[in-house]
Design a protein around this ligand. Structure first.
Ligand SMILES: [Zn+2]
Ligand SMILES: [Zn+2]
Ligand SMILES: [Zn+2]
Length: 149
């Protein structure tokens, strides 16, 4: 009986000590977590500092940051260029417009892969699940795609 009581007590202590009172209850996102966390999202490996199951990373983690981009140089999905830079030791290559028919954008909400062209034409909305993508990614297109104009 005493041993049983001790077991309960031990369980209680370990579960209580794991609880962080400052953590938001609705989400498990911790932007201060800068460790590399490769994850399988939509059946695909997303590398970098991924912090949730919708491709948010330690750099970009707003409500709308739910896409990963496949980098041409290493044929690997990363949530953002910073994740790529911090996880590799090579310069990123961008997708030329003749390659924009290739699937290189992953919707973290539903796991759909879009081609670069489909993504460009999507008006920042997933063509399958209608989730909104961050329109500010447009500012960084030249980091991922070869922009001619
Ligand atoms: Zn690369
Ligand atoms: Zn990142
Ligand atoms: Zn989607």
């Amino acid at each position: 009986m005493l041993r049983y009581a001790l077991l309960i007590l031990t369980l209680c202590i370990s579960s209580c000590s794991n609880r962080n009172p400052d953590a938001p209850t609705s989400s498990s996102i911790d932007p201060s977590d800068t460790l590399a966390h490769d994850r399988m999202i939509g059946g695909l490996l997303v590398k970098g500092k991924v912090i949730d199951n919708q491709t948010r990373c330690s750099h970009y983690h707003t409500e709308l940051d739910i896409i990963a981009i496949k980098f041409k140089c290493c044929d690997t999905y990363y949530p953002c260029y910073s994740c790529h830079a911090e996880s590799t030791d090579h310069k990123p290559l961008t997708w030329d417009s003749v390659e924009w028919n290739k699937k290189a954008i992953l919707c973290g909400a539903c796991g759909l892969e879009l081609s670069v062209q489909e993504y460009m034409d999507s008006n920042n909305t997933c063509t399958r699940c209608q989730s909104s993508f961050n329109p500010n990614c447009k500012k960084h297109y030249d980091l991922y795609f070869t922009m001619t104009e």
